[in-house]
Design a binder for this molecule. Structure first.
Ligand code: ADP
Ligand code: MG
Length: 451
């Protein structure tokens, strides 16, 4: 097993890039997945949030491209990997990476650019920006394409994109990609890909059903699973407050944000878009260093807010689950769940925006007495330890910010049925509680000691 990146005997180029980014030791999932992926095996990879899954699929992709197989190695034109047709047209794109949200697609491509040579071209495509921009960009197809399913399908159907030469397919956040909201799109995208290809699936969470479905799309996959049964890093501390009503929730969030350590950032998750908007406004909005992201914001707004948050220009981000998956933002010290998340997976992924790359982090929930029992059942199933916290003295709310104008209409909506649009728009009406079902609320929960 490789204990340093040098043990993988990667190309000099990649080794140098990893060193210049300060990376020396592969994380456990990188140790488990990189070698089989370079060897061309399909990989089904599960590892907790923030454990370096992105590089676990990007390193093999780059390595295979800069070190072409013996069949193509003799031609210097293949320095970046793709085979060429006799006509000289490159058979590209060569690799496709699917991600559930626009911000994650962009983040993956940005990460790819940090490690890949210039000749290994890439493009990220996602909804919310004019299709013509992608039409234009695809006149010279990239070698690697990263995208969200809806936009990819739009481009495939209009024949602006040809994926018939894809050799390397990655689904990041694969369990979400194969869940109801996306599955139909994914199946359609797969129709445009060659059957002979390498398929790699990554997530922190896989249900047995989704795993079985995933395996039907792969050939004899290597199961790269680390920290079995653990999807949430142990360095995240979990706690919760029980509050009597809505007003107290808002004031408690405001108080918790006020107590952030210097330089620390926080994310606050709500179930519904209107709650995000309302909460961000009640907390003072951008003038109080609070931003908001939902699927209803225009893409330009989403990107502006996220980059302000990444850069530390705003300290708190209120969001729906559109920001729950995959985003890697430095110094998120705290994740606050404004209310009980609708599924255990949602809890794991939201909480996973903190405690990344072995850093410490905390996540707290704000619950009503009715939700407490449901929450404790959830964490028991997730094998997470939690504790009830004593609410601090609540600070008064700032003068309310003007609510954002009613959502900018997005003129470039993909033409798809609403239920397949942005996943944050889907209501989680079915809860994935497994076979036992959720606990009922009929009984009054036993009082627990406050700590
Ligand atoms: P995941 O996809 O598992 O949630 P990411 O791939 O987003 O996690 O990585 C989380 C963070 O860890 C990123 O900031 C990344 O740069 C960092 N990271 C990845 N690999 C390593 C490594 N081998 N050593 C140190 N940090 C790493
Ligand atoms: Mg990830």
């Amino acid at each position: 097993m490789a204990s340093t990146f040098a043990d993988f005997h990667l190309s000099a180029f990649l080794t140098e890039r990893l060193t210049s980014q300060g990376l020396t030791t592969p994380t456990p999932i990188q140790q488990a997945a990189i070698r089989p992926a370079i060897e061309g095996r399909d990989v089904l990879a599960q590892a907790k949030t923030g454990s370096g899954k992105t590089l676990a699929f990007l390193i093999p992709l780059i390595e295979k491209a800069v070190r072409p197989s013996p069949a193509t190695a003799t031609d210097p034109a293949h320095a970046a990997g793709p085979r060429r047709q006799p006509t000289g047209h490159p058979q590209i794109p060569n690799a496709l990476i699917l991600a559930p949200t626009r911000e994650l697609a962009l983040q993956i491509e940005t990460e790819f650019r940090k490690y890949a040579p210039r000749a290994l071209t890439s493009l990220s495509v996602y909804g919310g920006i004019p299709l013509v921009r992608h039409y234009r960009a695809l006149q010279r197809p990239p070698i690697v394409i990263v995208g969200t399913p809806g936009r990819l399908l739009d481009l495939l159907r209009t024949k602006h994109l040809n994926l018939s030469h894809v050799q390397y397919l990655v689904m990041d956040e694969a369990d979400q990609m194969l869940d109801r909201g996306f599955l139909r799109d994914i199946r359609q995208i797969l129709e445009f890909l060659p059957k002979q290809r390498q398929t790699l699936l990554f997530s922190a969470t896989f249900s047995p059903e989704i795993q079985a479905l995933a395996e039907t799309m792969m050939r004899n996959p290597v199961q790269a699973k680390v920290d079995m049964g653990v999807s949430s890093p142990v360095k995240i501390s979990h706690g919760y407050y029980v509050v009597p009503g809505e007003e107290m929730r808002v004031r408690l969030v405001h108080t918790l944000l006020g107590g952030l350590p210097a330089g620390g950032r926080a994310m606050v998750f709500c179930e519904q878009k209107y709650k995000v908007r309302k909460l961000a406004a009640r907390l003072g909005g951008e003038s109080a260093s609070v931003g908001a992201i939902t699927g209803n914001h225009s893409q330009a707004q989403r990107e502006r807010t996220l980059s302000a948050f990444r850069a530390g220009r705003i300290r708190s981000l209120v969001a729906t689950d559109v920001a729950a998956r995959g985003l890697d933002i430095p110094d998120v010290a705290s994740v606050i769940h404004y209310e009980l998340p609708s599924t255990p997976n949602s809890y794991v992924h939201r909480a996973g925006r903190t405690g990344r790359a072995e850093k410490e982090g905390e996540t707290v929930l704000i619950l009503t007495a009715q939700e407490e029992r449901e929450y404790l059942y959830m964490v028991r199933r997730l094998r997470i330890e939690t504790r009830r916290l004593q609410a601090p003295e609540l600070m008064p709310l700032p003068a309310p910010a003007a609510q954002e104008p009613e959502e900018e209409v997005r003129r470039h909506q993909p033409r798809r049925p609403a239920q397949y649009a942005d996943p944050s728009r889907r209501r989680h009406d079915v809860r994935s509680w497994g076979t036992q079902g959720p606990p009922t609320h009929q009984q009054t929960p036993k009082p627990r000691p406050s700590r």
